[in-house]
Design a binder for this molecule. Structure first.
Ligand SMILES: Cc1cc2nc3c(=O)[nH]c(=O)nc-3n(C[C@H](O)[C@H](O)[C@H](O)COP(=O)(O)O)c2cc1C
Ligand code: SF4
Length: 695
């Protein structure tokens, strides 16, 4: 198989199939968009060989019957039309076969899985738990005997034949991520005493039998490779790099054409998922891939947050032969074409927010926080407008900029009005708290260079001026608003409200309230920093905040939502001792589950005190009084500074006068972003996209 380039779309279960496992328009358009984007090879994620048996997701693709062939064939045809190749990842989910749990079929395992303790469910809200799968009865665990082993081999083999008939260019056998084959490979999960357990040779027996059967069915010329864990982290006695090297050699000898290196971490704690397989550390699997590569002479594919520079050095230094991207291609399917053209700045970046994969945890279709069209390619195309219009967008945060980007691309004339001296809105503060968000800020600001977009900074526009301009449509993107802070906190010099803090951390602005709190030297320092432009750039602000922040050592944050928790991360990194007070039962509810696990694990590891079900009563000079709902008593918490971070609301809930007046004047008004509904980056981007797409 010859590929147009070394970029591969990594396999991703998307939940984009139809409920009966066939490939409809949604999933076909999704893959077609990635092929049109220029990836040399796409690998279709987790395709169920025994569908519905062994299926992990509610909208997973099946390949267990000939009825699946027409949809799969149409999909491969559409991919091929763009010059890309496509392979299918064949999978049986083993003990993770969620659908078997729901529908009452036994779960296939090599041996009874050891009992594991995990705190991952603690962070999940009741609403999310309701969307997790709940079996009506205790799942039946089936330790696989010879019949079940043969059944799995047959399923793989027949699936491979159907894949070939459907026009796929290759097959990836999923032997990773704790699914059925990986379960056999792992000395932790495989406690068998027969010829399929014990030594690594025995544990690899099922994999080798699958390979032999598949290869003999599809012919020696048809590319077949495996996905393999280099490590099974957080798993005592689990797969090690040494095991993986031995297996790599064995499968090479068995005629496998490549090895796709990944890794897995048992979810003993939620954040394990961000160690593997969705590694957070850039290039997290590269060294392991390189070690495996030294042991074999077949090509090595690897994935794992590989940025452009890492990608080039990995190929040049021979650590891997092909690089697979998962999240990056959800965020921007056009990445390969853009890299090829050298247009790197226009690549929409993944911000590693884990929204995509968190959706799968709650049985939803994959969604990308920065790319609203992912999974909606078939229904939300961006067309050139029939008649160019005058669009006025008020508010230059993420929603306003995304709407401007799409509207301008369609040919409309856009005026983007921002009251501050810089674009970005809340994204500036979000970038400070979680630097990955800064990548999106850079991207959006760069997109504003479009010739159809006119930007007016430092501008507050009146209704009369809007009417004079007579736009076809006004989009209100002025963001969320802080409700008034409790009077008792206003009286204290070391009590910070969200508004003044946001202004300070976003662009170094000083409100009257802030000025009254800062010593003269700090006010002067900030004024100079602002004058020389240091506060205009979140990277510079990040550095500045490492040197100085206007807070003492002990900080209490009131409000354990997204803002409070991300702020706590920032403060802990700047050596502050932090306590978070939350009225509800759960923290960081607005953050996608997987990132929430990571944030909360980090805060706990850094000894941040997390008080849930605590309601603020009053703020005094250096302490506050809160009511502890669980123990039904008042408590006193001392602080050097307190930050009120629980008082934001959708902008239109606080003030919708402009909206009303414009509507009364027959101007079409569209509300987007936090002005419409508090929804942070994901909502800002999707509402902005849809407003731009439909104006
Ligand atoms: C939404 C999503 C679904 C995934 N599903 C699969 C899958 O079906 N099979 C698989 O082997 N890996 C799966 N992965 C892991 C990716 O293939 C990839 O190894 C991982 O995301 C690291 O690469 P990245 O940093 O480019 O995202 C999935 C990842 C994501 C983000
Ligand atoms: S949802 Fe977040 S992590 Fe997933 S691809 Fe999009 S930006 Fe990246």
């Amino acid at each position: 198989m010859t590929l147009a380039n070394r970029i591969i779309m990594a396999p991703m279960g998307s939940n984009f199939a139809e409920a009966d496992g066939t490939c409809g328009e949604r999933i076909q358009s999704y893959y077609e968009a990635r092929a049109a984007g220029g990836a040399g090879l796409l690998i279709m994620g987790v395709v169920a060989i025994g569908f519905p048996h062994g299926t992990a997701e509610p909208y997973q693709v099946g390949i267990s019957d000939d009825k699946f062939i027409p949809g799969l064939s149409e999909l491969t045809k559409r991919v091929h039309a763009h010059g890309s190749k496509i392979a299918v990842q064949l999978q049986h989910a083993g003990k993770n076969s969620v659908r078997d749990i729901v529908e009452g079929r036994p779960l296939y395992v090599p041996s009874i899985p050891p009992h594991q303790k995990s705190d991952m469910m603690l962070a999940i809200t009741p609403d999310e738990i309701a969307r997790f799968v709940r079996p009506s009865k205790q799942p039946e665990i089936k330790v696989m005997g010879k019949d079940e082993i043969q059944q799995v081999i047959t399923w793989f083999t027949e699936a491979a034949i159907r894949a070939q008939k459907s026009g796929f260019d290759g097959i990836e056998i999923h032997a990773a991520h704790s699914y059925v084959i990986a379960g056999f490979l792992s000395a932790y999960y495989n406690q068998r005493t027969d010829e399929y357990g014990g030594s690594i040779e025995n544990r690899a027996r099922l994999l080798l039998e699958v390979i032999k059967s598949v290869k003999s069915a599809v012919g020696s010329d048809f590319p077949v490779w495996i996905r393999l864990d280099a490590y099974e982290l957080r798993t005592p006695g689990g797969i090690t790099l040494e095991d993986a090297k031995i297996v790599a050699k064995m499968v090479e000898e068995a005629g496998i054409d490549a090895i796709h290196v990944s890794a897995y971490a048992t979810i003993t704690t939620g954040s394990a998922f961000t160690e593997a397989p969705l590694v957070h550390q850039p290039g997290g699997f590269l060294d392991w891939a390189s070690e495996i590569k030294k042991n074999v002479s077949i090509p090595i594919i690897t994935a794992g947050r590989i940025d452009q520079d890492l990608c080039e050095t990995a190929i040049q230094s021979g650590k891997a032969d092909f690089i697979a991207f998962a999240r990056k291609l959800l965020a921007d399917p056009e990445l390969p074409n853009k890299w090829k053209k050298g247009d790197v700045e226009s690549v929409r970046p993944c911000i590693y927010c884990y929204t995509c994969v968190s959706e799968i945890f709650v049985n939803e279709r994959v969604r990308c926080a920065v790319n609203a069209s992912t999974g909606h390619e078939f229904e939300w195309p961006v067309h050139i407008a029939e008649k160019p219009k005058k669009i006025m967008i008020i508010g230059g945060g993420p929603a306003g900029m995304e709407a401007a980007r799409v509207a301008a691309q369609r040919g409309h004339q856009v005026t983007l009005i921002e009251k501050n001296n810089q674009l970005g809105g809340t994204l500036n503060m979000a970038a400070l708290a979680y630097s990955e968000n800064g990548l999106l800020l850079d991207y959006l600001i760069n997109q504003m260079k479009h010739p159809n977009i006119q930007i007016k900074l430092n501008t507050t526009i009146s209704v009369a001026e809007i009417l004079k301009e007579n736009p076809h449509e006004v989009m209100l993107a002025t963001g969320g608003q802080y409700q008034s802070t409790p009077a008792h906190s206003k009286q204290q010099k070391n009590a910070w409200d969200g508004e003044s803090l946001r202004a300070l951390l976003s662009n170094g602005s000083m409100s009257q309230h802030l000025k009254s709190r800062l010593p003269i030297w700090a006010q002067a320092g900030l004024a100079i920093a602002k004058l020389i432009g240091l506060t205009k750039n979140y990277r510079a602000l990040q550095q500045l905040s490492k040197i100085w922040l206007p807070f003492g050592k002990n900080i209490v944050i009131v409000g354990g939502g997204l803002v409070g928790c991300e702020l706590a991360e920032l403060l802990v990194e700047r050596n502050r001792r932090v306590t978070i007070l939350e009225e509800g039962t759960h923290f960081a509810k607005e953050i996608a589950i997987v990132r929430r696990w990571k944030v909360l694990d980090y805060l706990k590891a850094e000894n941040v005190s997390l008080f849930s079900q605590h309601k603020l009563i009053s703020v005094q000079a250096n302490s506050l009084t809160a009511f502890d709902e669980k123990n039904q008593k008042e408590i006193q918490i001392p602080f050097d500074d307190v930050i009120i971070a629980n008082n934001s609301a959708a902008g239109r809930e606080i003030n919708s006068d402009l909206e009303k007046t414009l509507s009364e004047n027959k101007i079409k008004v569209t509300n987007i972003g936090d002005y419409q509904n508090l929804g942070y980056i994901s909502h800002a981007m999707s509402s902005g996209f849809n407003a731009g797409r439909t104006c």
